[in-house]
Ligand binder design. Sequence first.
Ligand code: ADP
Ligand code: ZN
Length: 212
Amino acid sequence: MKLILLGAPGAGKGTQAEVICDHLSIPAISTGNIIRAALKAQTEMGLKAKDYIEKGLLVPDDVVIGIIQDRLREDDCKNGFILDGFPRTVPQAEALDRMGVKIDLVIDIEVPDEKIATRMAGRRVCANCGASYHTLYKQPKTEGVCDNCGGALTQRKDDEAQTVLERLRVYHEQTEPLIAYYKAKGNLRVVEGQEEVADTTALTLKALEEQA
Ligand code: ADP
Ligand code: ZN
């Protein structure tokens, strides 16, 4: 199955991507994670992306389209994949169409703007391996310490309050039009983000079952 997860920053796309990854044994591909890893490794692409990410802006389409093109060619994608955070603009969606990728299902996770800021404030990420946590919704076994690798949990710079507002603005302007784009193709399902992660997960799995 080939899936796209849409939704505002902080809507919980990454968490749901992991759930589906476990459930269907297909890779979850997060452009955000790929770009952050490149930034950390100081590759050419990472350096190009740095300014955009820190300002809460989108990295240019040609850069992310190139990332996805390379990633989808890898072996583990042949039985399907979950795209978490791509496409984020109409030109990115059109590029995916041009690559001949047939998407089976698009899940749009909807969370009202008022809730986004508080959700984002609680997000933490492992400085070492990049695993994500949340002070309320996804706590590590030991506070401040990564379950996977023992690394220190930190707040992403772009999760700070001021940048979050900019990312939300960018979401409404550039990403939200994709809801109409995929609705017109007939494969869009809306999942209302719930207070409890487990409740959102149940709705996501229901959407998957109805598709299969
Ligand atoms: P979130 O889902 O919380 O918004 P991500 O980790 O998906 O965060 O993305 C973080 C940042 O990486 C974005 O704000 C943007 O700068 C960049 N980015 C990720 N995916 C894309 C994309 N498809 N197009 C452009 N920029 C992207
Ligand atoms: Zn870690």
